[in-house]
Design a protein around this ligand. Structure first.
Ligand SMILES: *Cc1c(COP(=O)(O)O)cnc(C)c1O
Length: 385
């Protein structure tokens, strides 16, 4: 019944865990869910107020422009200049998206011919390989290993594959591993992409959620990145706006134009009132962002301390709201997640759900308050896992 492309997508892996979760809830156990990467905090009030104001304007009730409001794209340009020290032309180098997932899923349609290869991090955000398959392309997975700090090792990619590849996906600060990248790494990425004529898609969704003085660089902080790269950003994670569906991409004008061409033929842009609220979001004072980040920092510290006291070995992440932890005694990630749910009522995401090289790890999302995290830690200690 379904297309070959759809049939090529992997089956849903977590049905059994979902069943066990429902069973636990039925038994009256208060399940603590660290599974989903969806902020629990509300969108800041000034953004909601701007939406309400803007929704009342009749001129916003029409089809929006395909590229997004120029005023939104100008706000994006200012945001990049101010926060990352790089500048873009709002007319040619910036596009508004219906959430960054939408853009990431659509970009392969602009650049892949049937059977074309993309290089996809494993473990990684599933949309990279799914977008590739839906566009008729062929994902080739590049392992992210602990030994290499969860960065791709370009020397391990054989020359023939590199020459065939059209797109390379990278994502730092990284989901699910919480790894970060520096300028030296981006230099390597851009050189590799220039040598092999590859488009770099950098997913920068967690750029502002960084701790302990660490600040995440844009790929455009290295020379010549503008020749080969596009960077996707999401308002979802920084401003607690996952439900609003707004994001953007910046970068090489021809790459941005390819994505625009696809989108012009598929969707009709983001509700202008949401874009105007997006402008308010991008102008959020740093103090408010600091408050949001410090909430995650406190949660991180409480959970890391609790995990260590429970005998697990785990590293403190410098960014994102995830903790990526090795399973004990080389236990399978699915098995370990099942055990945590069964014996402590705690939901985590098995690493294997992000790719074969995610096996041996689980992911906690820090989207529960400190009180709940403390309760989870108590249960871990009681269960003696
Ligand atoms: C959450 C997330 C996104 C998607 O964000 P939206 O803008 O809400 O679509 C993209 N990439 C990564 C790695 C994410 O974790």
């Amino acid at each position: 019944m379904y297309s070959e492309k759809l049939n090529k997508l992997p089956p849903y892996l977590f049905a059994e865990l979902d069943r066990l979760k429902v069973e636990k809830i039925r038994e009256g156990i208060e399940v603590i869910d660290f599974g989903v990467g969806d902020p629990d905090l509300p969108t800041p009030q000034h953004i909601i107020d701007e939406l309400c104001r803007s929704a009342r304007k009749p001129e916003n009730h029409k089809y929006p422009s395909y590229d997004g409001l120029l005023s939104f794209r100008e706000a994006v340009a200012d945001w990049y200049t101010e926060r990352k020290g790089v500048s873009f032309d709002p007319e040619l180098e910036i596009i508004t998206l219906i959430g960054s997932k939408e853009g990431i899923a659509h970009i392969p349609l602009a650049f892949l011919n049937h059977g074309d290869v993309t290089l996809v991090p494993d473990p990684g955000y599933p949309v990279y390989f799914i977008g590739t398959i839906l566009a008729g392309g062929k994902p080739v997975f590049v392992p992210l290993t602990k030994e290499n700090n969860f960065l791709p090792d370009f020397d391990s990619i054989d020359a023939k594959t590199a020459k065939k590849a059209r797109i390379l996906y990278i994502n730092y600060p990284n989901n699910p591993t919480a790894a970060v990248a520096d300028k030296k790494f981006y230099r390597e990425v851009v050189d590799f992409a220039m040598d092999n004529n590859i488009i770099v898609v950098h997913d920068f969704a967690y750029s502002e959620i960084t701790f302990d003085g660490y600040r995440a660089d844009s790929i455009f902080s290295v020379h010549d990145a503008i020749e080969v790269a596009i960077e996707f950003h999401s308002l979802s994670k920084t401003y607690n706006m996952t439900g609003w569906r707004i994001g953007f991409a910046v970068g090489n004008a021809d790459i941005v134009k390819g994505l625009k061409l696809v989108k012009t033929n598929i969707d009709s842009g983001v509700f202008q009132a949401v874009q105007e609220a997006g402008i308010a979001a991008l102008k959020t004072p740093q103090k408010t962002i600091n408050e949001i980040v410090s909430v995650y920092k406190e949660r991180r510290d409480v959970l890391i301390k609790g995990l260590k006291e429970s005998g697990f070995s785990v590293e403190k992440p410098r960014a994102t709201f995830y903790i990526w932890m090795e399973t004990p005694d080389g236990m399978g990630s699915m098995d370990f997640s099942r055990t945590l749910l069964d014996q402590a009522g705690i939901v985590t995401t098995p690493g294997v759900g992000f790719g074969d090289h995610g096996e041996g790890f689980i992911r906690f999302a820090l989207t529960k308050n400190v009180e709940t995290i403390e309760k989870a830690v108590e249960r871990l200690k009681e269960a003696g896992l």
